[in-house]
Design a protein around this ligand. Structure first.
Ligand code: ADP
Ligand code: MG
Length: 298
């Protein structure tokens, strides 16, 4: 597990007095979207706790509510019932979450260093940092993500994989309580993707940052996660959790080794069984016993 006291870690505000307390606590979380056809239940009883420094990978069928779960953790989607806390507080408050999307969202007119410094300026900790401090911190983050020497480049001059590394550095620059990643590497080719996975594993380990990473790639989930949480079909809940008992940071040996393959196969079987159950229900709705979720009024 990463240490929270490495020099790279800039702020100490959420180096919490109670280090054992989970950074994320979600219990019995339910939420819906309002649609023209009526309320669409999306999450129905999600339970998840993420410990400091822990990486939890979330996999599940498309449309099951994975992105919505991350929105809940950012305070963007309110719950109908249940509890959610990030560092003991309502999400969206002072205990920021860093966010990495599938597509890098960098300012095209700024060079790499300024893009990262922007993240550092966003850090609302009531602590003033000097330009020199921000610059040193930006360069340190660039080193961690393996982009030393590229500080003067504009995003357009970098490959997609390099842009995503800058994006990662910027998200980490706010020194988030937890980093949320939503299918961050699905737009890059396989080899780049594997390299980015290793960069991410190293980076989270170096900074001791907890993370929730949503991915549809089971091997990626196993490679990155200390645990892999499997969500059901919508309305989603976490139906199984697999522990990945392998030290971090993880390396290429693990990425292509038997341990990862064996765990991935178990996760796959679980997802596939759930998928087959869901489709059997759709194909043959039981006349005498409607699925409880289909009857539930919201
Ligand atoms: N703003 C929205 N309004 C209505 N329905 C939405 C909205 N966003 C997502 N949905 C629906 O909610 C469900 C879950 O979406 P999402 O969380 O994006 O799933 P996932 O990320 O697992 O693919 C999907 O059926 C999707 O169509
Ligand atoms: Mg999604």
């Amino acid at each position: 597990m990463g240490s929270a006291t490495t020099p790279a870690r800039a702020a100490t505000v959420h180096d919490a007095p109670d280090p054992g307390r989970p950074v994320i606590e979600i219990a019995a979380a339910r939420t819906h979207y309002a649609t023209p056809a009526g309320p669409l239940p999306v999450l129905d009883g999600v339970d998840l706790a993420v410990r400091p420094g822990e990486v939890v990978a979330v996999v599940g069928p498309s449309g099951c509510g994975k992105t919505t779960l991350l929105r809940v953790l950012q305070g963007l989607a309110p719950l109908d019932s249940g509890e959610v806390a990030v560092h003991g507080a309502a999400p969206g408050g002072a205990a920021e979450t860093g966010y990495v999307f599938q597509q890098p969202s960098l300012f095209p007119w700024w060079n790499v260093r300024r893009n990262i410094e922007f993240g550092l300026k966003l850090r609302a900790r009531g602590r003033r940092t000097s330009a020199a401090e921000r610059r040193a911190q930006a360069d340190r983050l660039l080193e961690i993500v393996g982009l030393t020497g590229f500080h003067d480049f504009r995003p357009a001059a970098l490959s997609g994989g390099m842009q995503q590394r800058v994006n990662l550095a910027r998200a980490l620059a706010i020194d988030p309580a937890v980093l949320l990643l939503d299918e961050p590497f699905s737009a890059v080719d396989t080899l780049t993707r594997e390299r980015l996975q290793r960069v991410l594993s190293r980076t989270l380990h170096a900074l001791g940052t907890a993370a929730v990473i949503v991915t549809h790639d089971i091997r990626e989930a196993v490679f990155l996660g200390d645990r892999v949480a499997v969500m059901s079909e919508r309305p989603g809940r976490i139906v199984a959790t697999f522990t990945v008992d392998h030290p971090r940071p993880r390396t290429e040996d693990f990425q292509h080794g038997e341990q990862l393959a064996a765990i991935a196969a178990r996760v796959y079987r679980h997802l596939k069984d759930g998928d087959e159950r869901a489709h059997a229900e759709q194909a043959a709705p039981a006349a005498d016993a409607p699925h409880p979720e289909k009857r539930r009024a919201r």
